[in-house]
Write a protein of this length. Sequence first.
Length: 247
Amino acid sequence: MDESLLKLIMQSGFTEKEARVYLALLELGQGNVTEIAKIAELKRPIVYVVLEGLIKRGYASELPNKKINTFQAIDPSTILNKLQTTAKNFSEMLPIFRTLKSKGKKRPKISYYETLEGIWNVYEEMSQALKPLFISNYEIIEKHFPKSIETWINEIKKGLYNPRARHLAPDTDRNKEIGKAFIKINQKYKVSPELKNTKMDFTIWNNKLAITSFEDEPFIVVIESEELARSMQPIFEMAWQKGKEIK
């Protein structure tokens, strides 16, 4: 097995065993566990475990309608695309990371999620805060999480929680329609033409700040820092003052 290729795959976020199995699959085109184990120089039980992990992460797949379990690797360009997306996401968050420098103070806690399930779990937490501040494109949120806005409104109507939230959204017909529903349940809501093309969400609640991207590869960064959350509130207030009431 080519050691330089093995090293490169490992630098892309693979363990050595994962890299060996992935490269073996590439060499085979498609193969069963016995064939993979021989080329990867790993024991068959280990290959089964590694394959399961690679499949979950989208780097390999099992071929259907085969008498013997047969697998294939995803095209290497997918790995490159994921690395480029991660680099792009990190670049977008770099200004935020730089604000986290502290001198002798407690370091903020940073969490990062890039699955819809992980993003939604954070949104559930936001929605139950007492005074959350949202800059959100609810039209896009609906596309990723169908009926989520309707469910949230119904839960507030039932008294499951009672947030005194403020929402600033892009000035679109759908966001205005959602805004009217929010206003009926005593939420404060404004729209801003400047946010029309945004695919980023910005939320402050309790001692946390979250930034969500709904580009091709959605992700959310949550920063737990009372100082940072407090310092970002004036930015929200400036945007809020420029917002327009819904007529």
